[in-house]
Design a binder for this molecule. Sequence first.
Ligand SMILES: Cc1cc2nc3c(=O)[nH]c(=O)nc-3n(C[C@H](O)[C@H](O)[C@H](O)COP(=O)(O)OP(=O)(O)OC[C@H]3O[C@@H](n4cnc5c(N)ncnc54)[C@H](O)[C@@H]3O)c2cc1C
Length: 474
Amino acid sequence: MDQRDDVIVIGAGLSGLAAATALLEAGVRSLTVLEAGPQVGGRTRTSTVGGTTVDEGATLVYPQHRHVLRLAQRFGVELFESGAQGRFLYYVGGTAHAFTLGRMGNARLLARPWMRPVLRGAWALLSRWVPLPMSAAAVTDLLGAVRQLDVLAASVPVERPWSAPRARELDRRTIGSWLDDVVPTGSARLFLESLLGYFPPTASLLFVLHFLNTWGGIGPLLAQPTGVLRFTHGAQELSLALADALGDRVVLNSPVDSIDQSAGRVRVYANGTEYQAEHVIIAVGPAGYRGIEFRPALPPARRRLQDGWQPVHGRKINAVYDKPFWRAAGLSGSALTDRDAAPGVLDASPPDGAVGVLACYTTDEDWPADAVADAPRRREEVLETFADLFGAEALHPLHFAEKRWADEPFHFGCEGGLSVGALTSARELLKTPVGRLHWAGVETADEWMGFMNGAVQAGQRAAQEVLASISPAG
Ligand SMILES: Cc1cc2nc3c(=O)[nH]c(=O)nc-3n(C[C@H](O)[C@H](O)[C@H](O)COP(=O)(O)OP(=O)(O)OC[C@H]3O[C@@H](n4cnc5c(N)ncnc54)[C@H](O)[C@@H]3O)c2cc1C
């Protein structure tokens, strides 16, 4: 059997679904989305733990994440403000410091280009994070590092990072070695790493600067209004709503294993079925399409990017309690810690607060090798960290669930980064089309790479590329 379409989208994560939605809305009806797994949503997965809805992957949406917010609004998917009430905890060297985040005086100023390189990080830190319990020396280190990163990022052209002044030098350095030099130790390093926790320490500094440019530098991240947003019924709800509108165009359990664009239409093979289309959007991360055979082989530059992608394997932990007990103590449930077991903690309770949920994210890379395979030890260390933050009640959750994304078939890391030398030797971006193959997925985002927003933006951008080169069948 074969099937002919105008466009095939590979991967029904948020990016592939956003691409398909944009195509359908533009009049492309002959469209198939091939998803390897048994459900849509990819890294936005919602499940229930003891009857409570929890996110196993993505959770937080920032007020600046306009692509994801607009899409959610159009599809009637609700979000609510989360974690705005109560004190924030900063746990370092065995002591928990509680403080209230200040409101930014004029956050809009941070978006002004002239604010960017020198002033923005300082402005953001001083206006909002001033109660941060750090020594004056640590604050100076932190401000200096934020300023340096923003200045360097501003020197990197968004579309052509390899043409930055000193691009080769920046691409030879790892972000880890740069941090070792600029903020060697202590609370400033902890705080900065918590902001930059989206790529491995071995990622190229040039790639990290390119990545930060998709956020507009570090300033906008520091300039969060106090509230972040969460999906009322879990993050997967948006993907489910998009898939619902796409109907039987979404085909599950169809892992694509080869793509042939050697003659005429592109042929895509999944589960022994041949699909044909004028254009294909690949909305699978770079580590994922290493497993796909391309005919003809992908060009060498593209291979360098694909081979240079270093995935980071994460775990999402949700501990469910009979109530959000930390709120009675005036705490928001949000914390930054120097503990590898739970570097960042957030209140992931349902909007009605009927039960309490504390969630955290760690990576396999954060744990000693022997702990990676030791689930009881990890549980104990996570709960001990929660108890140090919020009291002994945290030691006894009703339910404890850990999602290890490395165990998932067809998922190839939660996040990641390009290795040293990849960008300057390839001299193209992961989003650069190859013939009739277009690339989506969060790793190709122009805005907020690493976030659901980036996935949506990348999908919509890939759809625009395709629309620019086809006449919709109508
Ligand atoms: C634990 C965790 C926490 C996170 N927290 C946040 C957060 O708080 N806020 C935020 O904004 N973002 C967060 N993220 C990031 C966010 O989830 C991702 O950036 C986003 O969901 C990526 O979407 P995507 O469509 O690009 O990729 P994916 O979601 O990975 O989708 C790719 C899809 O392709 C499918 N696929 C793979 N190979 C094939 C194949 N050969 N054939 C067909 N299909 C294939 C996969 O099954 C998958 O469904 C988090 C991610 C994780 C894992």
